[in-house]
Design a protein around this ligand. Structure first.
Ligand code: CP
Length: 309
């Protein structure tokens, strides 16, 4: 049994395969007329989000409810954090309520790891600073594998603000582990030094990165994490680093266009690409629920019976 899901580094290739397989089964539950199984009845899941979220928070909540767990959520601004309580004191208080699983999103890299060391409950990282967003990477991998059959040997381009993106970091580790070739591109000010140590290539231009790609993942500029302005204007950014139909012609004819959301339409991605035939952006969201159901099951003891009531 896996107690915590903290980053992609701590998941083996076999564990990733097993999570992706479980997610396919979980997706089937979400397509039933009655989208609920009793598997996690009696379990308590706390969603603790210190940063804003639409997709991750809602999909964890839906995932818990589809598995019949009791889910409760609290946001940073509504918690006693604003009265000066430390994360450790918060963790001890959470522990006193005996939850089974705590889902944490936090602006500090390592916050979920810290919580995991202090809680008997399982901790799942829902995004920590610029460090990791493992559940996003897993749902991205499910979405690509579903269309391509395998991740082995695929060319995956990740474009944009790599330096501030936990999504990029987790996807670099995840896709590389599964045998894909990952190429990064973006403004030089947004490409971290030494990122090649993750086994990825940095392309000199976006066009170069997209050439022959099986999947292109666009990222937004994380203004909230940039201390200084690292770009000139949005119009200029779109011209040099944005994805439009013309630029996409360089990719394979059956390319998949991805974005973790939220999108800045007209900046990193043209609306006609985001809403076009190559886009699997909303499928990523659907798979987000399935992957999070699989992870709740995994930390609760595995892929048990998921028949309906
Ligand atoms: N992809 C993602 O993490 O989206 P949210 O910030 O809306 O959860």
């Amino acid at each position: 049994m896996k107690k915590d899901i903290l980053d992609m580094d701590s998941l083996s290739v076999n564990e990733i395969h097993s999570i992706l397989d479980m997610a396919v089964n979980m997706r089937e539950i979400s397509e039933r007329p009655i989208k609920k199984v009793p598997t996690l009845r009696g379990k308590t899941v706390i969603l603790f989000f210190y940063e804003p979220s639409t997709r991750t928070k809602l999909s964890f909540d839906i995932a818990a409810k589809r598995l019949s767990a009791d889910s409760l959520s609290i946001s940073g601004s509504m918690s006693s954090l604003v009265k000066g309580e430390t994360l450790l004191d918060t963790a001890k208080n959470l522990e006193a309520m005996n939850p089974d699983i705590v889902i944490l999103r936090h602006s500090y890299a390592g916050a979920p790891h810290f919580l995991a060391r202090h809680l008997k409950a399982s901790v799942i990282n829902a995004g920590d600073g610029t460090h990791a967003h493992p559940t996003q990477a897993l749902l991205d991998m499910v979405s690509v594998r579903q269309r391509k059959g395998s991740l082995e040997g695929l060319k995956v381009a990740i474009i944009g603000d790599i330096a501030h993106s936990r999504v990029a970091r987790s996807n670099c580790v995840g896709f590389t582990k599964m045998g894909s070739q990952v190429t990064l591109a973006g403004p030089p000010t947004m490409i971290p030094q030494g990122i090649e140590s993750l086994g990825v290539r940095v392309a000199p231009t976006v066009d170069d990165a997209i050439e022959g790609a099986d999947a292109v993942m666009m990222l937004r500029i994380q203004k909230e994490r940039q201390k200084d302005t690292l770009m000139s204007t949005e119009r200029e950014y779109a011209r040099y680093f944005g994805l439009n139909l013309k630029r996409l012609e360089r990719a394979k004819p059956d390319v998949l266009v991805m974005h973790p959301g939220p999108m800045n339409r007209g900046v990193e991605i043209d609306p006609e690409v985001a809403d076009g035939p190559y886009s699997i952006i909303l499928d990523q969201v659907t798979n987000g629920v399935a992957v999070r159901m699989a992870l709740l099951l995994l930390v609760s003891g595995g892929n048990r019976n998921v028949d309906s009531d």
